[in-house]
Write a protein of this length. Sequence first.
Length: 332
Amino acid sequence: MELQEAKKNIKERGFLDISVGDEIDYAEEIKRLKKEKNAVILAHYYQEPAIQDIADFVGDSLQLSYKAAEADADLIVFAGVHFMAETAKILNPDKKVVLPDLNAGCSLSEACEAEDLAAFKKKHPDHLVVTYVNTSAAVKAISDICCTSSNAKKIIDSIPEDQPIIFAPDKNLGAYINKVTGRNMLLWEGACIVHEAFSIDKLLSTHQEHPKAKIIAHPESEEHILKTAAYIGSTSGLINFAKTDPSQEFIVATEAGILHEMQKEVPNKKLYPAPAVEDNTCACSECPYMKMNNMKKLYLCMEYELPEIHVPEEIQKKALIPIQRMLDISSR
Ligand code: 13P
Ligand code: SF4
């Protein structure tokens, strides 16, 4: 009965809200389900450590898209946010894709509705539309090409210089790409709440406390944060820099979940999360959407294969085009 009720309420709640016994070992159950269902768990670096540790693959948005594209599992379990699971579904329309909590959204995706982008496109009919993958399937369906933070420069460089471009929805990533490519793209007014939460004053104080540390930042951060950075890159770019750069200390300006994998890669180096304006539990910046997923919800979504991601066929077909263009250019 509880299960029937929970299934009925799934749209409203966003996840299967059912009780499980206290004695359950989520890690063991998830491992069992992976085998039984031939499932693959793809997780983003911003997921909680226990989820990253049980995942088959942990990566940045671009790596996760490639992994989704080549997945031969029967069940794709996406431990990330909605737009990521939707991208996996667009790439695998015949496979079942589940997300532990449908409410795991993204402030960037929410800042750009398809109708608004369509109206903006109409005002600028000569512009090509490049959208960050942090958008809904409906927005991708009216985009010319997608990008992630790790391939944005490459994607923009692949477009003829005299071609005007609309870049949506991240104004910070867009401004950074304008700067490094010398373009003058029209920028949508969206931002990531996590990367806009960093405090420049607190960041500079942290740097004074650890003067040998290099500041490294994600390009979703604001310009005044990026100006202080010795390196700017996607989540995988940041991990790679911490690994290959000879420095022994880093102040990391991105979502704090990345520190789990980064510390594993550089066990002897010191990592400090960039501080957020508001003091919160970790004095860092955490994505409330990414953190909606937990081991219980992950287990339940694998056990009952719910909540499932659905994309209407017409949107799926149109959205696949800009994603595929991105993957093709990116792998050149
Ligand atoms: P990347 O993992 O592509 O760097 O993106 C960061 C992000 O904010 C994902 O939501
Ligand atoms: Fe969206 Fe920012 Fe959260 Fe990434 S970290 S999912 S960009 S809100």
